[in-house]
Design a protein around this ligand. Structure first.
Ligand code: ADP
Ligand code: MG
Length: 244
């Protein structure tokens, strides 16, 4: 039982045809924290994120966002969430700035404002450039800007540092920490690489073949597994088998 819960999933199950890809997943994410969601390719991270954001409907189980049932209060809940899931789609022929303006108008809020959001993700100099001319890293940054610009209470970021250079990765890590500490956001961030998120996560959840096999406080795990944190997580993620 955790207090001040941002996201709680209860026994989520999702099948694609006969293939059960999410198996009885229960997760608990506390408000104002960063939850690192780890799992090998194909483990089910993106599917969970789509269930949390209403892009998919579970076959059974439920989700509560900020204490309210997700499916019964879908529109209200979605206004509290910002997300970047898989490769973000944009209006390619429009500028980065215009894409963000359209999103803010759709969300019916001024949020952080376009200039601040561009500056937060390091795109101030290319705000006028059309998105079609953006590199993969620039698109990721713009996707993060769009996810956070309306000042949601919860940010859901699916492998957000894909395509970023080392400076970009460091800058985004710092941004995520600021968003939790100064803006009180809750961040759920997925990765298949522990080292990408071990510097920022408060809690780590590990999914293996559609099942949550570990949900623990990272500081506690670090204290218990001095020097071999990566080995511990590889063993947890792989169930002792080499899958990488
Ligand atoms: N739309 C879909 N139709 C059929 N199978 C899917 C679909 N989306 C995902 N899957 C399958 O569900 C499993 C989990 O995928 P996914 O959630 O994308 O994993 P991850 O994000 O951890 O790499 C994989 O076996 C994948 O092939
Ligand atoms: Mg994925």
């Amino acid at each position: 039982m955790c207090l001040q819960i941002a996201i709680q999933t209860n026994h989520l199950v999702k099948c694609f045809g006969n293939n059960k890809v999410i198996k009885d997943c229960s997760m608990c994410i506390e408000q104002g924290t960063i939850y690192g969601f780890l799992g090998a390719n194909g483990a089910g991270k993106t599917t969970i994120f789509k269930l949390l954001t209403g892009l998919l409907i579970p076959d059974s189980g439920s989700t509560e966002i900020l204490g309210s049932a997700m499916l019964k209060n879908r529109d209200r809940m979605l206004s509290q969430i910002g997300s970047l899931i898989e490769s973000p789609a944009f209006y390619e022929h429009l500028s980065a700035r215009k894409n963000l303006e359209i999103h803010l108008a759709y969300m019916n809020t001024s949020g952080f404002g376009v200039e601040k959001a561009l500056q937060m993700v390091g795109l101030s100099d290319v705000g006028e450039k059309t998105v079609a001319k953006f590199s993969l890293g620039m698109r990721q940054r713009l996707g993060i800007a769009r996810a956070l610009i309306h000042q949601p209470k919860i940010l859901i970021l699916d492998e957000p540092i894909n395509g970023l250079d080392p400076m970009g990765i460091k800058a985004m890590r710092e941004l995520f920490l600021i968003l939790t500490k100064e803006n009180g956001m809750t961040i759920l961030i997925s990765s298949h690489i522990l080292s990408e998120i071990e510097h920022i996560a408060d809690t780590i959840g590990v999914i293996v073949d559609g099942k949550i096999v570990c949900e623990s406080n990272l500081a506690q795990i670090k204290a218990e597994h001095k020097g071999s944190l990566e080995d511990y997580f590889f063993a947890t993620m792989n169930g002792g088998n080499q899958l990488w």
